[in-house]
Design a protein around this ligand. Structure first.
Ligand SMILES: Nc1nc2c(ncn2[C@@H]2O[C@H](COP(=O)(O)OP(=O)(O)OP(=O)(O)O)[C@@H](O)[C@H]2O)c(=O)[nH]1
Length: 471
């Protein structure tokens, strides 16, 4: 039993090491000057892996980095023979820096005190710090080993930093989602809607991605044809379709599109030989990635709003409509019925001697009785009927397309069903009194309610557990 997690980590480490090598080779193909890539995907994998599983993945990233360092040192034969011990330094610089950033982020997630927007800010800040540390210590380690000189170190560390950072913000979010198993549970509990696929159809998403890719391809082709600085800046308008996508799709789709766009930009830049505009493309990728990361908050806010709206419309205890929800829907239904010249009835229901239940058995039992009564009533209603809770133990029932005679018969059936309802903790029967009346021409909801309430008063006065229909 104990062995399983270890085996899992071992296999995951192997897969990640393999992935790291592939990304490393890919990044080398896309280097625009020695040690400076437009975007450095291995850094994104190291950061994502360690954000997810912390120090457990450090050995994997450290050893694969070490292996690559040794190969790199052999290829770059320094002026002086290199002590193999120095190959440890670049590996330590890379894996150590990303471990530090990832551990701080994990710590922050664990505190559960930061909301999603705060996490985005922390993610961007820690990614920038970790990438800076990796570039700064990495370039120093190369100088220390004699691979580069002081002047070269000074000229590359900044582009190294930006290359790593751009990869971290464009690719790591997707890598984290792809590798997600346990650690993201914490984030999921804070913002579950972020991970749900939106109701939007997949074809709509494909169209949006195609527009983004088409836009960036056209702007880069134009920059290739007419090599002016102004035209190369045209790609910044990519933020328009990109933000449309992120505001309307789930984070899964947004982060996939972000990764795809950055990959396309990097590949097109190499294929079209647009190296002189490298800084503009790096800046574009960074700006769009940051905006998209912040933009993922919008669908979250929309879902929160919908949930809030729903909670306002629903009575939390019983699950039937709240007073506000009932009145809103009842007014619409009454207007609709009047236009069609149909009949509509309103009933007001109230539990008898409910105070005694609360006083003798406690509020929890009282709550349970309320819930069971509502369930029982709901089971007997048509789909068009509205059941709501006015407050306390008083309920409202709107019956469209129903005459007073039919409403009376239904209310009598409902009263009987509650009388026969068996509630385990109660040693006596529950009963309800009901006042019901049919809407008069041009009568408003509040006038109708006042009459039904008056009918309920008569039912209570007449001894309770009965239905009174007002003319
Ligand atoms: N358990 C529970 N009790 C509630 C809730 N809201 C109101 N009540 C109680 O419901 C009782 C309502 O009592 P009343 O309707 O005034 O009186 P009654 O005992 O039902 O008597 P009659 O209506 O005259 O038959 C009060 O004791 C309230 O405290 C609730 O959400 N849960």
């Amino acid at each position: 039993m104990l062995r399983k997690p270890l085996t899992n980590i071992f296999f995951l480490s192997l897969i990640l090491m393999l992935g790291w090598v592939l990304l490393y080779q890919g990044a080398r193909l896309l280097e625009y000057s020695p040690h400076a890539s437009l975007w450095y995907p291995p850094a994104a994998l190291s950061f994502a892996g360690m954000v997810l599983l912390g120090i457990k993945l450090f050995p994997a990233f450290f050893s694969i980095c070490l292996l690559m360092s040794i190969l790199h040192f052999q290829q770059n034969q320094a002026a002086e023979p290199v002590a193999y011990l120095t190959t440890v330094l670049p590996a330590l610089a890379h894996a150590g820096s990303y471990l530090l950033g990832a551990m701080l982020l994990r710590l922050l997630i664990r505190t559960k005190k930061v909301n999603y927007t705060g996490l985005v800010v922390a993610y961007l800040l820690l990614a920038a710090i970790a990438a800076f540390l990796a570039a700064f210590t990495g370039s120093w380690s190369l100088q220390f080993a004699g691979i580069i000189d002081n002047a070269e170190r000074q000229s590359i560390w900044l582009s190294w930093w930006i290359g790593d950072l751009v990869a971290l913000i464009t690719l790591s979010p997707l890598f984290i989602l792809l590798l997600d198993k346990r650690s993201l549970k914490l984030l999921k509990t804070q913002a579950p809607s972020l991970f749900d696929s939106h109701a939007n159809p997949f074809t709509g998403f494909v169209i949006k991605v195609s527009i983004c890719l088409l836009f960036l391809s056209v702007s880069m082709l134009l920059a290739h044809q007419i090599r002016t600085l102004e035209l190369s800046f045209f790609i910044l308008f990519l933020s328009l379709p990109a933000m449309w996508l992120v505001y309307t799709e789930s984070v899964w789709r947004s982060f996939s599109c972000l990764a795809l766009m950055s990959l396309t930009i990097v590949c097109l830049m190499a294929a079209l030989n647009l190296l002189e505009f490298a800084a503009i493309y790096q800046f574009t990728m960074a700006m769009i990635a940051v905006s998209m990361l912040y933009g993922t908050v919008v669908p979250l806010l929309q879902t929160t709003n919908q949930q809030l709206q729903l909670s306002l419309q629903t009575d939390m205890l019983t699950g039937v409509l709240s007073r506000q929800g009932f009145i809103e829907q009842a007014e619409m239904l009454i207007a609709h019925t009047n236009r069609r010249k149909d009949r509509i009835c309103l009933a007001v229901l109230d539990l008898d001697h409910f105070k005694e239940v609360n006083d003798v058995l406690g509020h929890q039992v009282g709550d349970n009785v309320l819930q069971q009564v509502c369930r029982k009533l709901e089971q007997q209603l048509r789909q068009d009927d509205l059941l709501g809770r006015f407050g306390g133990d008083e309920l409202m029932l709107l019956l469209p397309n129903t005459s007073a005679k039919d409403a009376l018969a239904l209310c009598e059936r409902l009263r009987l069903s509650i009388e026969q309802l068996h509630i385990a903790v109660l040693d006596k029967q529950v009963s309800i009194s009901i006042g019901v009346c049919e809407q008069k021409p041009l009568e408003s909801f509040s006038q109708l309610f006042a009459r039904a309430d008056q009918a309920l008063f008569h039912a209570k006065q007449a001894g309770r557990n009965q239905v009174y229909c007002s003319a």
